[in-house]
Design a protein around this ligand. Structure first.
Ligand SMILES: [Mn+2]
Length: 195
């Protein structure tokens, strides 16, 4: 089974085209229009061993909000399509990731029940041209559209670049674990028989 999906999404605010492979090697070609966000998506795909091609032409003359949120939506839609019937997957993924002085915790469930719990703590308002409030907007859009339960917490740290980087790397690792195949799981990993 080829676990991949391509999404084209166009609104008055953003035009997005992306292709996601869940069983990749961590290759990416990403142009979101926001340098710091490209850096974060690159890290997520590299650490998640996903392959991601993504281009977004968004209304950055307004700010980065529409682009970041809509990329979350499109990436979530692609994930949901690519994961398919969820047979044989580990389903849960949990990871602690240190980045120098910062520590991020991410745990997720490919549950079909979209939910985000986010506690990023205090952050500087901007990193480069990226508004740090958009971390939560991206994660919520991704979790809702992917159909996953996602909990993200920064336990401690001081540098905002490090904190956000730790979140995206941890998310990559948690996804990598959750989507991987467990040879002992033959069907859908739920007592209900579906996710
Ligand atoms: Mn960095």
């Amino acid at each position: 089974m080829n676990r991949e999906a391509s999404i084209k999404r166009e609104t008055a605010e953003t035009k997005i085209a992306l292709t996601l492979h869940l069983d990749g090697t961590g290759k990416s070609m990403i142009d979101s229009g926001i340098g710091f966000f490209d850096h974060m998506l690159n890290l997520m795909t590299a650490h998640g061993l996903l392959d991601l091609e993504l281009r977004c032409d968004g209304d950055l003359e307004v700010d980065g909000h529409h682009s970041v949120e809509d990329i979350g939506i499109a990436l979530g839609d692609a994930f949901k399509e690519a994961i398919g019937d969820k047979k044989g997957i580990c389903r849960y993924g949990t990871f602690y990731l240190p980045m120098d002085e910062a520590l991020a915790f991410v745990t997720l469930d490919i549950s079909g029940r979209p939910f985000l719990v986010y506690d990023g703590g205090e952050m500087a308002p901007m990193v480069g041209g990226f508004d740090t409030e958009l971390v939560e907007e991206f994660l919520r859009a991704f979790a809702v559209h992917a159909g996953i339960t996602l909990h993200v917490k920064i336990l401690y740290g001081t540098n905002t670049h490090h904190k956000i980087e730790a979140i995206f790397k941890a998310l990559g690792h948690a996804l990598r674990i959750a989507v991987s195949n467990d040879p002992k799981v033959t069907g859908v990993p739920s007592t209900k028989g579906m996710l």
